[in-house]
Design a protein around this ligand. Structure first.
Ligand code: SF4
Length: 249
């Protein structure tokens, strides 16, 4: 059973504190609604084209269906993208890159699974090399069912997601912070106990005010052990300074 954990650690830096009552004021909520409304009309999408469903994206983006007319544009880097689109089956190896990309995106961020393979493994459900359920490893805001889905279905799901963002209901990204220990446990079960990423998700959870009882646990405790071990190795890995090496002031 999870113990109740403090929302803010005693030694948390100022930038990682929980938003106070003033920040949750009526004014703040109104501004959040305005931001959600604007955000819902301007989505930058990182297409992670893993499977055969990617072939339906060119007609969705280009002149016939023209996603840009509803405010959806492609983006090439995760740091400037709002939406991660996973367009089909994921191999175990590819999922690692997807998680790294997802953690680089800034919150609030959204994920759509494209095709049956992201829902239950699809026709690859019995393969040793593919992932069965994407939503066990990162939060997913919606799925586009079908093998493969048509551009009309893709556009409809985009419009549904935009409506939910506008209404302040597309909040799956918060689950990654509130339930990080569970997501990390699923990732470690697939990749091995030494799995970790460079992102300090627990610190981010504090920063965004989404640190809850499920943020830490047995799996995140293992991360702390690894971090201590890695820090202890730094002196061995750094080359010794030469006697004549110039030191910058
Ligand atoms: S759902 Fe069908 S079309 Fe999409 S990646 Fe899987 S097998 Fe390919």
């Amino acid at each position: 059973m999870n113990e109740q954990v403090p929302a803010v650690a005693d030694d948390a830096p100022e930038a990682c504190r929980t938003p106070d009552a003033e920040e949750r004021s009526l004014w703040r909520r109104v501004m959040d609604q305005v931001a959600d409304h604007c955000r819902s009309r301007s989505l930058f999408v990182l297409h992670y084209c893993t499977g055969c469903g990617a072939v339906e994206l060119p007609p969705t983006i280009t002149s016939r269906f023209d996603m840009e007319r509803v405010g959806v544009s492609p983006m090439v880097t995760p740091r400037q993208a709002d939406l991660l689109l996973i367009t089909g089956y994921l191999s175990v190896k590819t999922l690692k890159r997807v998680i790294l990309s997802y953690e680089q995106m800034q919150s609030p961020k959204y994920v759509l699974g494209f095709g049956s393979c992201t829902i239950n493994g699809g026709m690859y459900w019995n393969s040793y090399a593919t992932v069965k359920r994407l939503d066990q490893y990162i939060p997913v805001d919606g799925f586009i069912a079908g093998c493969m889905p048509r551009p009309e279905a893709v556009q409809q799901v985009f419009l549904d997601l935009m409506a939910r963002i506008d209404a302040g209901q597309a909040n799956a990204w918060r689950d990654y912070y509130l339930d990080y220990n569970r997501y990390l446990g699923h990732q470690a079960a697939l990749f091995g106990e030494d799995w970790h990423t460079p992102t300090d998700v627990v610190a981010e959870a504090r920063h965004y005010g989404h640190f809850g009882p499920g943020t830490t646990g047995v799996h995140t405790a293992r991360l702390e052990t690894y971090t201590e071990w890695a820090m202890s190795k730094i002196p061995e890995l750094l080359p010794e300074r030469g006697a004549n090496e110039k030191v910058r002031p």
